[in-house]
Design a protein around this ligand. Structure first.
Ligand SMILES: NC(=O)c1ccc[n+]([C@@H]2O[C@H](COP(=O)([O-])OP(=O)(O)OC[C@H]3O[C@@H](n4cnc5c(N)ncnc54)[C@H](O)[C@@H]3O)[C@@H](O)[C@H]2O)c1
Length: 112
């Protein structure tokens, strides 16, 4: 599968990418390197250095890489998915970017 991992230069995301690559998946990482590191990105993965709040960058990434999976498992409190914090504006922007990705790829549901 073609799998896009947002935050794939971070601790959890980079380990996730390593696992996907080891299982033969095609992987791309979308990360603004705010807390992640370029050297954490698996060498076999494509790297998009952009911010999830940049809708144009998300659209370009989706159009080029055409990922098949990108929705994380849903949690009762979406702030937990976003990690630190409780900034509602940022949560909305990230959630909106995720929705744009899903619509662009025709995702109507995600596995839990
Ligand atoms: N060696 C270790 O044990 C170790 C190392 C690092 C982190 N941790 C811990 O692991 C836990 C989880 O780490 P994590 O992977 O969730 O955090 P993380 O900060 O490592 O990863 C989040 C990733 O998302 C990226 N990101 C954030 N906002 C973005 C945006 N708007 N657009 C694009 N990319 C964006 C960051 O650059 C980063 O690469 C934390 O509690 C952390 O303290 C442990």
């Amino acid at each position: 599968m073609r799998i896009l991992v947002t935050g794939g230069a971070g601790f959890i995301g980079s380990n996730l990418c390593d696992g996907f690559v080891a299982r033969g998946h095609e992987v791309a990482v979308f990360d603004n390197l705010s807390t992640g590191f370029r050297e954490f990105v698996n060498p076999a993965a494509r790297f998009y250095a952009s911010d999830l709040t940049d809708a144009g960058a998300v659209d370009r990434c989706v159009a080029e890489f055409r990922p098949e999976v990108r929705e994380p498992p849903r949690r009762p409190d979406r702030r937990a998915v976003l990690g630190r914090g409780s900034d509602p504006g940022r949560a909305d922007a990230t959630s909106s970017a995720r929705s744009r990705c899903s619509r662009a790829a025709g995702v109507t549901a995600c596995a839990r």
